[in-house]
Design a protein around this ligand. Structure first.
Ligand code: PLP
Length: 345
């Protein structure tokens, strides 16, 4: 049986990266690669981004950072922000992976592993700006900076960055978060050099709120062409991936296609439009390994676009996500390994 395909356009990925870069300049792009590059596949994503000249990569965990380092053909900075075990810290130090550090406990473990290995850790210290999701509280910040400076003098650490994450719930809250972020940088700069890499924003704020951008912007979704749920289209940015399935049978009610909920397509998407060479059709039901497309005119072997750029009348991943109150990222990252990733120029 023909497997569904996630077709990846390298050309569009590079074009999106360039559009994002132009938009955020002089802030530098850190391409976020979590969840297997948002379901696109990390090997293809790193290799293609490298061709686009990306020189900062963001991984959630150290294991992903090591994978990025293995795929990279030339020097680049790799940042991993999940709090990690001591053996992961060792791995990160040996692979020159920058560590995001958001607690005093993690900081002291990074310092002790760096001391043991004799490798200076590159640390980005996280300030809590209101999300309460792993970050040093402002009241603890001066003492934490003191510990950082002491470790710098001992040769165990270099404070290369200060970072935080925005809630993106309202502009006013994000403005307040930025104030805390800037005060944290000022405090850090009182006892040593201001950290070169200051990063606060992800896709939406980097794109729409220039005044919030730091020297570095951590961007995933928009580079893959995934717009925000309930957000507008993005100039110069289109989806990189299109999900297709093949007609495998024609029955009285319509055409049976080779994709179902076992492939990661939510069955709650029944009723959605899909694209075909003969125009838009409606999916009547999504079963385990197949789905039923209503209407006539389709033949065995025809291709059906589940989501993509809209070129064949299909919706984008985000437009589908909005039907079931989720985000485009979720539609992509749920696709299982049965969906073949196929890259093209
Ligand atoms: C996922 C993530 C990002 C990227 O977010 P996008 O909206 O996909 O650009 C940036 N920073 C952190 C900490 C993240 O978890």
């Amino acid at each position: 049986m023909s497997r569904p395909e996630l077709r990846l356009s390298s050309e569009q990925f590079i074009a999106n990266i360039e559009a994002v870069r132009t938009r955020i300049s002089p802030s530098v792009l850190m391409l976020v690669m979590k969840d297997d590059a948002y379901g696109h596949g990390i090997t293809w994503a790193v290799e293609t981004a490298q061709r686009a000249g990306v020189d900062w990569f963001g991984s959630y965990d150290v294991a992903g950072g090591v994978e990025i380092r293995r795929i990279l053909q030339r020097p680049a900075d790799v940042f991993a922000w999940a709090t990690s075990t001591d053996s992961e810290i060792d791995e990160a130090l040996m692979q020159r992976i920058d560590l995001g550090v958001g607690t005093a406990e993690y900081l002291s473990r990074v310092i002790s592993r760096a001391t043991v290995l004799g490798i200076r850790a590159r640390v980005h210290l996280k300030i809590d700006t209101g999300l309460h999701r792993n970050g040093v509280l402002f009241e603890d910040w001066p003492a934490t900076i003191d510990a950082v400076r002491e470790a710098e003098e001992a040769g165990a650490l270099e404070l290369v960055g200060v970072w935080s994450h925005l809630a993106e719930a309202s502009d006013a809250e994000d403005d307040d978060a930025q104030q805390v972020f800037l005060r944290a940088i000022t405090t850090a700069a009182e006892s040593g050099p201001a950290p070169q890499w200051q990063h606060l924003t992800a896709s939406a704020a980097s794109w729409w709120r220039p005044e919030l951008r730091g020297t570095l912007s951590r961007i995933g979704a928009f580079c893959y062409g995934i717009r925000s749920a309930d957000g507008p289209e993005l100039e110069g940015v289109l989806p990189v991936a299109e999900l297709t399935a093949t007609v495998i049978d024609v029955v009285d009610e319509g055409a049976v296609i080779s994709i179902g909920s076992f492939d990661g397509l939510p069955s709650t998407l029944a009723g959605m439009p899909v694209g075909t060479e003969r125009g838009t059709r409606i999916v009547a039901s999504i079963d385990l390994t197949t789905s039923l497309v209503e209407g006539g005119g389709l033949e065995v072997g025809d291709r059906v676009w589940i989501f993509g750029t809209g070129a064949h009348g299909e919706a984008t991943a985000t437009t589908l996500a909005e039907r079931i109150d989720t985000v485009g990222e979720e539609i992509l990252t749920r696709l299982t390994a049965r969906v073949r990733r196929v890259a093209s120029e």
